[in-house]
Every structure is written in structure tokens, then in C-alpha cells.
Design a protein around this ligand. Sequence first.
Ligand code: GLN
Length: 542
Amino acid sequence: MTRFIFITGGVVSSLGKGLASAALGALLQSRGYKVRLRKLDPYLNVDPGTMSPYQHGEVYVTDDGAETDLDLGHYERFTAVPARRTDNVTSGRIYQTVIARERRGDYLGGTVQVIPHVTDAIKEFVLEGTGDADFALIEIGGTVGDIESLPFLEAIRQLSNELGRARSMFVHLTLIPYVAASGELKTKPTQHSVKELRSIGIQPDVLLVRSDRPIPTAERDKISLFCNVPKKAVIQGLDVEFIYEVPIRYHEEGLDDQVLAAFGIDDAPEPDLTRWVEIVERLRAPEGEVKIAIVGKYTGLHDAYKSLVEALTHGGIANNVRVDLEWHDSEIFEGEESAHHLEDVNGILVPGGFGERGSEGKISAVTFAREHRVPYFGICFGMQMAVIEGARNLAGLPGAGSTEFGPCQDPVVGLLTEWTREGVREVRTSNSHLGGTMRLGAYDCDLVKGSRVHDIYECDTISERHRHRYEVNINYRERLEEAGLVFSGLSPDQTLPEIVEMPDHPWFLGVQFHPELKSKPFEPHPLFASFIKAAVEQSRLV
Ligand code: GLN
């Protein structure tokens, strides 16, 4: 029997609702419970796949090939429960479902309305496939008071009524701002936010209150009184240095105890937080540091590379070093004499990307890494750029390029229109819809024995997540391998190059997939652990 925890946010956005949900999931797990985390997003896009990273940050891809909200990345990093397609839904998807039903005539001529049809569709989604989870944590995106989130709030209100108090509860995350002029922490915005929730019929059981300084007892009492929440259930959330501290701090404040108390559970095992304590200790007292350059397009918005930044941090945890990131807009490498930007770095990473703008700069960054023997890690687009660089500068194909940028003399990277997934052929064309037409989700890859990746993964076959339209062209394999760029990972049918590496280089790897999506702080991804290790070795040379 799954219990449901609904998590809403108020006052302002960006208070760390996703992190709070992930941390609560981790805390419940540490007390022996099975959890599943879900996100309801009120915007009208069907999924975030077609949204600009500037608008939405990273698109997090699940094993089953869904393009989802980046909060699902937090959920996985904190709980290691693989997210699924059914763990993220948007208003767009809900309306698409309802309208498809209407067109099919499923409503038998009835008037289709937000209540009950849209709210029913939301409820179905929340309840679907929670399986054997003891707790389903349902995060509602946006801020209470937004027009778009109303149907979601109404749906969870109804659901809580149907499930009963023993199976549902509400956590509300707010902010109490400090007003410097009067030297006070102000509780009014929180009061208003809870008032708004209560007007919809939702009484929060636990309030998570973000603040930049400790909340004095008088203010907590006031919040408790005005918001109708027990004093103990007013939990303060102070800013932390490392996100992996959040479960520890929230436990100290009594979050998990209060959540369990709301369900009437008072005999839960004590949590084992060793995992988090160890991670934070390592982050706090690293034995050294390395500098990694990220050469990309959206370098002004680090949320666009959320999982990547975390995976690099995990690589640091594995090697006991701090990883300092230097962000470079690849376009700066398109001018003359730009290489000096990379002179003092211990590793260069070109992440996933789309489109021609900035690509020549990325190719120059690859040249720099190759010639100066600096560890190079190319992810997805970063692998494709490494292949173009190798083709042009090592294999004597000056006209090498990607058909993503238009026709070229040697399409070493090209659009693949058919490929196999679990024995089934999938087909796309160059004018397929933009949404959901990429090779998405988990695919197996066979590793070549004796290669560097085989050593790193210590196994013959791996499964990693994909999100791309173009593929390295297998027909250039011989030419590139003769020139020193070896294809060390291939799809099981041996047609799609998944990994390239340069044996005659301290550490030069390109991967067509996104390994960052599967890295965890307590289980750093082997490729990131190895890349940072190579960067540590490189730092000893300079
Ligand atoms: N633009 C490239 C493609 O579609 C790479 C995508 C990516 O880096 N995620 O294949």
C-alpha cells in the first residue's frame, strides 16, 4: 500500500523544491522504505524535450527514453531509483490525453471540463505504476498561485480526500525573507502562501521554510499559529555549502520524523546516514584540486548542464579532489590565438550540444587537447566533434563534417534513419517532428577488449542513455583507426559507433551517450572517476 506525499512550493520559485523532495526520498530510504518520486509540471509543453536549455535547463533522459524535467536527475542522484517515463507529466501531456479521448468519443458526448476530466487524468497519472513503493513523493512544479497549477492542486486535493489521511499528506516549501532595514525575518509571505493553499482546500501538514539565517523561536511559533501547522512541523531549511548535505540537515531538523508522524508512523527504524556523512566529509576536505574546462554553448546557464556538473563532482569524490570548473563559450576558440584560455587546465570536456554555432570552436578545443596531451572527454556532440577533428587533422579528410550543419564532402557524422531497439526497427526521416524523434534512452554498447573503456568499465557490455539525432558514420572506421582514433564501443549489431578513443594519448575519449545521467555521489560513474583521475595525473605533470 503506497502512501502519497504531495510537495508544493510557495512565495517564489527556485527554492530547491526538487532537492528537498529528493532529500526526503533519500531520508525515507535510509529508514528502510521503498520510494518513488514524481514530478507534475504545469506548463503546456508536452515534454521539456523541445524547450530551450535557457528556459528550462537540462533535459533529463530516462532509461525508457523519456525527455523529462531536470528534477528527476536529483531524484535519481539521491535515491538511485531509476526514473521512468511515468514519473514526469506536464499539463500539455495531460491535455493531449484528454483531447485524444474526446476525439475518440470516450466521453460519450459529455461536456469535457477541467473538473472532472482533466483532474481525473492527473489523478490516474499520480496513481499509475507506483508498484511496491511504500511512499510516492509527488512534487508539483511552479508556485502556488500560478494559474496553470490550479488543476494539479485540485487533483491532489481530491486524491487526498479519496485516499484518506492515513495515506496522504502535504509538504509545503516556502521562504522567509530577511528585511535588512528592519533587521527582521518576515513570515507574511509564508502566511499568504498557506492561506492561498487553504483556500483551495489543502492544509499543509509540514512546512519547509527556507531562510538564509536561523529562524528564531518567535517566528516559528508565529508560522505555526497562522498557518495551522504544529510547531515541530515547521522545519527550517538553511542554505548549505554542498547539496549532498541536505538530507543530513533536514533530518536534524526533524523532517522525516514529522512526515512519518503525519502518517501516524512512530516505530520507523532510525536512519542510516553514513553514506551522506562520508560524501560531505570528502567534499569538505579534498586532498587536492583539478581544473576542468567545459567548452560549450550554454555556459552562462549551469542548469543546462546540471547532471554533468554533478557527475564531475562525483568524479572528484572518487579521487578525493575538488573539481574546479571553468566555463568557456566555444565561440571564443574560433578566433586566432585563443588557445591560451586552455593552457592551465587539467582536463577539457566538450558536452552535448546542438547546431552549428560554436562547433568550430569545439573542434579547436579538441585539437588543443590532442596536441597538448590534456585529458579530453567528449560527450555526445563532444564525441562527434572529436571525430570530425580526427578526420580532418589526422586522417587527411579536410572536408569532414556533420550533416547536422548541412551537406559536406565527408559526412563522418550523419543522420541515421533506421536503427534497432530490442530487435525492433525504428525509423525517422530528416523532416520528422522535432519532438521525440531522437535516439532516446538506454541502449547497449559492446566494448572492445583491450581498450581503455573496457579497462574502465571492467565489463564487456554496458547500457547508457542516449539523446541524439546524428551518428558517427561507421564507414569511416578503418580510415580513422589507421589515423589513431579507435572505435572501442559499438552497438550490439556493430553498426553504430558508441565510443572512440585515442590509444596514443594520456586520456582521450568520446562517447555518443550521456554517462552523466547515471552518476551518483555514492557511486561515481566510472568514466567520470577515470577522467578526473587522469586530470589529477596531468596536474602533477605541470
Ligand atoms: N546534435 C547532436 C545530435 O543530434 C548531438 C546531440 C547531443 O549532444 N545530445 O546527434
